[in-house]
Design a protein around this ligand. Structure first.
Ligand code: FE2
Ligand code: FE2
Length: 255
């Protein structure tokens, strides 16, 4: 079932948390609609494509999708690029670093004139009568990585930052017990391995603290709702040792 995160009549944010079936990692897909114009966030790959197409039709005409936003280049993010380019006039919005990798998911020539390259410092993107902020989250976890901050709903769609590995039901819910969630949802283990370094975490947290964020909604698992829980997450992430911080000689032994 789709989850309505925000709806003021003109502007809607919808989450789809239960579309992945089989062995694929649980993933959340999102739709933002402003006055009929849509943006899909991290729509996923083949496992979600046809279900997501059916689901978004309940909220907007799929043909009115203006953008396909991809936080980064992973298969669970944007492997369905070909399908969306075929059935809409949407443009794919992705970090400059990845624009020449997306054509590998698509029929020859299909991406021509259909890519918007996000520069390293990010950009504002108009949707309907609103403006979304594409903010940097480089190395969290890939080089050239962006998130969407929506100033209307005050939701930060954080991509893999804040991700946890839970079932589809729990993914639609806001986290209630932060410590239990960090351990049980493998959030800590995931971030220690997938996020590049504490330096990137700290710089990102400094930037996010300057935004008015009411809700951090990741691409996997549950979300962090309300200022207190948002701050709980930011404090945790700011102090997390991960990625290259944890490397030792033992990680580079010849098998
Ligand atoms: Fe990823
Ligand atoms: Fe992911």
């Amino acid at each position: 079932m789709p989850v309505t995160l925000f709806d003021d009549g003109n502007h809607k944010c919808i989450a789809f948390t239960d579309l992945v079936e089989g062995n694929g990692i649980q993933a959340n897909q999102f739709l933002i609609v402003n006055r009929g114009e849509g943006m899909l966030l991290d729509p996923g790959g083949n496992l979600t494509y046809k279900h997501l197409l059916a689901e978004i039709a309940k909220f907007t005409l799929p043909a009115h999708t203006r953008y396909i936003f991809a936080s980064h280049q992973d298969p669970d993010i944007v492997a369905s690029a070909n399908g969306w380019l075929l059935i809409t006039d949407a443009k794919i919005v992705i970090a400059q670093e990845w624009t020449r990798f997306i054509p590998h998911f698509c029929l020859k020539g299909l991406t021509e004139g259909r890519m918007i390259a996000i520069p390293p410092h990010g950009m504002n993107l108009e949707l309907g009568q609103g403006v979304l902020k594409l903010i940097p989250a480089h190395f969290l976890h890939t080089v050239g990585n962006f998130q969407v901050y929506d100033p209307i709903s005050k939701i930060l769609f954080s991509g893999d930052v804040g991700a946890s590995l839970v079932d589809a039901q729990a993914a639609g819910l806001a986290v209630e017990d932060f410590d239990a969630h960090a351990a049980a949802g493998h959030m800590e283990a995931f971030h220690r391995r997938y996020m590049c370094s504490n330096k990137a975490c700290r710089l990102w947290v400094q930037m996010v603290r300057r935004l008015d964020v009411e809700w951090i909604v990741p691409q996997h698992g549950g979300s962090f709702k309300g200022k207190a829980m948002v701050n709980r997450f930011l404090d945790w992430f700011e102090n997390l040792e991960c990625g290259t911080d944890l490397l030792t000689e033992a990680d580079f032994r010849i098998p």
